[in-house]
Design a protein around this ligand. Structure first.
Ligand code: AMO
Length: 439
């Protein structure tokens, strides 16, 4: 047995003389002459292996002293309570097995003493992941996705998957990545949008998907990726206010789960997470542009999209007024939302659409959808798209499509705003951007 426990799974008061085996990386070797400490690190934490020269086999002592940092080892022995050591114990070894030796020097420092540039870290992600900060971020990201799945399943949503190789654009505006599909041109999908809507016609009623979306956006910013992870839902017989409620409750639930389940990871990052209060404030688009205009840094007209600067102005304004970081902007002009957003009957220049915002950026967009085939066809044509290309989608609307609504939430933006991370690349294992195609 190479490993019986993670370093954090040992209760020094209870384990007695039972043999344990820990496996992981050599984080540090401290050779003080008469005593040698080897700090072993695994995914969950660290443990101190203590070798006292006088009490231990000479050969084992000399072997431990010479271990090279970041080599992989398995250590068997017994546990002694030790308050000063990590997790309150030390491991007295009777065997240290070297499973794979690391070269030296390392491409990156893993102890957190020397900081490295993001690019250097991404080039050597395998080593970067051994740093406690990076490890904490990805354990939290796991917890976020796990909580999202729990929450949506609890609310009756079925998990689905849609194709990533497609024939049409869905989110007009952002560019597509063309690929070769046998002898035809195809694209990497920008969003599961059309497919999740088709599933509503199929009677699946409530679905969600967590998957990659591809956007050939040229700009190189701290909050854009060319391959991002989207959390998408679609639900039948409900309107945009109903799905906004699902979204805010999910955000509240996920924050709560992260606080409960990974407090140690939050502590590594030095974060005291506050659960957002629901319901979130709802500003209309009209109110949002008035806030921007009253601040005087920018002049927005009805029909303008919100710039990054205006998102910040509104976010700060909301934060000052409410102390909360999350809010909605609702009732967007129909002309600046995608073709599938449902216009209000009595004022069709406004749509039943919303964005969920964080103080610093947009996190999610959603809407009630158009479920009438003729109206949808006209909207596609109005936006300069060819309805013929949407045949496979439009057909689903002619044979019993229920009214439905949904949203898409950017997983990376959700995690980065939760953790106050500056660059979106920090919350993706292997980010894809204009320059980065490997690893
Ligand atoms: P939208 O295009 O607004 O809406 O995307 C939804 C959310 O996905 C995230 N996102 C991105 N994150 C990082 N890098 C990108 N390049 C990127 N593009 C999008 C954002 C954004 O708010 N079909 C609709 C959703 C719906 O109506 O159901 C859609 O895709 O957090």
């Amino acid at each position: 047995n190479l490993r019986t426990h993670y370093t954090t799974q040992i209760d020094p008061g209870k384990i007695g003389d039972d043999k344990v085996a820990l496996a992981g990386w050599v984080h540090e070797v401290r050779d003080l002459g008469g005593i040698c400490f080897v700090v072993l690190r695994d995914r969950q934490g660290r443990a101190q292996v203590t070798l006292v020269k006088k009490k231990i086999d000479r050969e084992l002592f000399n072997f431990a002293r010479k271990l090279i940092r970041e080599s992989v080892i398995s250590v068997r022995g017994i546990i002694k309570p030790e308050e000063k050591a990590p997790n309150g114990y030390e491991l007295i070894p009777d065997e240290i097995e070297l499973l794979n030796e690391a070269e030296s020097p390392l491409p990156l420092d893993t102890t957190g003493k020397v900081d490295a540039e993001l690019d250097t870290r991404l080039d050597s992600r395998f080593i970067d992941l051994r740093r406690s900060r990076t490890n904490a971020i990805f354990r939290i990201r796991h917890e976020v996705l796990h909580a999202v799945r729990n929450y949506l399943a609890k609310e009756g949503f079925l998990e689905t998957s849609s194709p990533k190789v497609v024939a049409t654009a869905t989110e007009g505006g952002t560019a597509l990545f063309p690929i070769t599909y046998f002898d035809r041109e195809a694209f990497l999908n920008q969003s599961p949008q059309l497919f999740k809507q088709i599933l509503m016609s199929g009677g699946m009623d409530r679905v969600f998907e967590i998957g990659p979306i591809f956007r050939a956006e040229e700009h190189d910013t701290r909050r854009h990726l060319n391959e991002a992870t989207s959390i998408d839902i679609e639900a039948s017989f409900v309107d945009h206010f109903d799905v906004m409620e699902i979204l805010e409750n999910m955000v509240e639930y996920v924050y709560t789960r992260v606080i409960e389940n990974v407090p140690d990871a939050l502590e590594v990052l030095g974060i005291e997470l506050k659960v957002p209060k629901t319901p979130f404030l709802k500003l209309t688009y009209q109110e949002a542009i008035e806030i921007v205009n009253s601040h005087g840094e920018e002049e927005l007209k009805w029909g303008d999209d919100l710039s990054t600067l205006s998102e910040h102005t509104i976010g700060e304004h909301v934060f000052q007024e409410t102390g909360e970081e999350h809010y909605f902007i609702i009732d967007w002009p129909t002309e600046i939302k995608p073709f599938y957003a449902m216009p209000y009957e009595e004022k069709p220049e406004f749509s039943k659409s919303f964005d969920m915002m964080h103080r610093t950026m947009e996190l999610s967009s959603g809407a009630q959808r158009i479920h009438f085939p003729e109206m949808l066809k006209n909207r596609i044509a109005d936006q300069g798209l060819d309805p013929e290309g949407f045949d496979f989608y439009l057909r689903a609307f002619s044979y019993g499509m229920p009214p439905h609504s949904g949203w898409g939430l950017g997983c990376e933006r959700f995690v980065m705003t939760m953790l106050g991370v500056e660059n979106i690349r920090d919350v993706v294992l292997f980010p894809r951007d204009r320059r980065r195609l490997s690893p």
